[in-house]
Ligand binder design. Structure first.
Ligand SMILES: [Zn+2]
Length: 261
């Protein structure tokens, strides 16, 4: 579904160059600049927020960031909720930049689209539409119906890279599998991945991060092949899995799946 590419600027200052001690004077503050801040926030949480995608959000008013948010460990709260709480009353009349469509469904928390409307945001720039069937344009529709302007597509390629595993799982039911060099130490989870898949004596094990730091390794049940194993990991909510190329599982995965990266 295509959404209108409405222009919206919270204030004239949002599109002009302003002096700022924290960055080079010639850095323009424009839509790309603000979305880049949201992208950076999202990237910092990549691999730590499954079953949800890593999303970043900034709220801008009169040429200044008044709220920042990123998806929290384990997927909640969502980036928009964190940014709105950070901005407080300053969100009223402000513009919100977010790397994924705000949610419109009641999960364990109220929908972010409703919170954005209630806070008085006047325009939302989103990098991508959320492919989750529970959202899939519903967040944009809700915003538009409430009179909030919506623009979609800014920094879409960068946002898609950060959420590649989430998009893959929504499309296939399985986490995106990456086969690469053995990490150091051997069962460390490489940055940006939800988990490390590896085997001990032919049996699959999974290493995930713990919120308090460190990692947890658990044996996986015996399944009938790589396809079933990845399906099981997808149903647990994992979005991106790393498998060392020297692991015993690689051969069976390659034989069954073919199209890994
Ligand atoms: Zn949300």
């Amino acid at each position: 579904m295509a959404f209108p590419q409405s222009e919206c600027v919270a204030s004239v200052q949002a599109a002009v160059r302003l002096p700022d001690r924290s960055r080079p004077a010639d850095t323009p503050r424009n839509h790309q600049y603000w979305m880049a801040q949201a992208i950076a926030l999202a990237r910092a949480m990549q691999g730590r927020v499954w079953p949800n995608p890593a999303v970043g959000c900034v709220i801008v008013r009169d040429g200044e960031i008044v709220g920042r948010g990123q998806t929290q460990f384990g997927g909640r709260p969502h980036a928009e909720r964190v940014a709105l709480d950070d901005a407080g009353v300053q969100a009223n009349g402000a513009v919100l930049y977010v790397t994924l469509e705000p949610c419109s469904h009641w999960g364990k928390t109220p929908p972010c689209a409703d919170a954005i409307i209630a806070a008085g945001i006047i325009c939302v720039h989103a990098a991508l539409q959320d492919p989750d069937p529970r959202v899939n344009g519903g967040g944009f529709r809700r915003l538009l119906e409430a009179g909030v302007k919506v623009q979609v597509g800014l920094a879409a390629d960068e946002a898609r890279k950060i959420m590649a595993g989430f998009f893959h799982r929504v499309a296939t039911g399985q986490p995106l599998l990456t086969i690469g060099a053995r990490p150091e130490p051997p069962i460390a989870i490489p940055d940006g991945f939800d988990a490390l898949l590896h085997s001990i004596d032919g049996r699959p094990w999974l290493t995930t991060r713990k919120k308090a730091g460190g990692a947890m390794t658990v044996a996986l049940g015996q399944t009938s092949g790589a396809q079933a194993l990845l399906g099981e990991l997808g149903s647990q909510g994992l979005t991106s899995i790393y498998l060392p190329s020297d692991d015993q599982l690689v051969e069976s995965v390659r034989a069954r799946l073919g199209g890994t990266r």
